[in-house]
Unconditional design. Structure first.
Length: 206
């Protein structure tokens, strides 16, 4: 994964520190909007959360969903298991690892703030695997920081310092997803956080 880990970036590998930073920036309200407007989970659906972190997406999902999450960081997975218990299944894996999951088993695959940590080959592998995991009619939903033409200088400066080294333009993200999905809706958001920032959301149907 292509992300920064040296210096002060290292402390963000601790789930508690990461969550505090997210909350300070308005991340809880942003997650709630992301789920409500773009993930759109119905009660009882099966959700695979790729790069789930400490599982905080569960705070915004109906309690009846069947949730599976995986992440590379063992500290995040330990925190998720401790906090959520049997509300979800959590395991450690990296993009490209064989997953102990049957194909076509999920209604939704969510990749929240993960594509910008991956090079093109890794991102392509994630999206191809997501398509295999989805049932017909299921959806892949992604959100990532984005560079775009009308972006403020402050937003661009903040995003350029993100841990992820593969922040793309809207077209760059679209090309990754449309290589595997034909039906795609996308949205450019500039009001998700309390600081100037830009996010790109994609919702692709299998």
């Amino acid at each position: 994964m292509t992300h920064r880990t040296a210096g002060w970036y290292r402390v963000l590998e601790l789930s508690g520190v990461y969550e505090l930073c997210q909350r300070a920036l308005g991340g809880r309200a942003a997650r709630d909007r992301f789920v409500r407007e773009f993930v759109r989970p119905e009660p009882g659906v099966r959700i695979l959360d790729v790069g789930c972190g400490a599982g905080s997406l569960l705070d915004h999902l109906p309690r009846s969903v069947e949730y599976v999450g995986y992440d590379l960081n063992p500290r995040y997975i330990a925190a998720a298991r401790e906090r959520y218990g049997d509300r979800g299944r959590f395991f450690q894996a990296r993009v490209g690892d064989p997953l102990p999951l049957e194909h076509g088993a999920f209604d939704l695959v969510v990749a929240k703030a993960i594509l910008h940590h991956l090079d093109d080959q890794e991102a392509d592998q994630l999206i191809a695997t997501a398509r295999l995991q989805l049932r017909p009619g299921g959806a892949l939903v992604t959100i990532d920081p984005v560079f775009h033409e009308s972006q403020s200088l402050v937003a661009r400066a903040l995003i350029s310092r993100d841990r992820g080294r593969s922040v793309r333009t809207p077209e760059g993200y679209r090309q990754l997803v449309t290589a595997h999905f034909e039906s795609l809706e996308d949205h450019l958001l500039t009001d998700q956080l309390i600081v100037p920032y830009s996010h790109f959301v994609q919702r692709a149907l299998r």
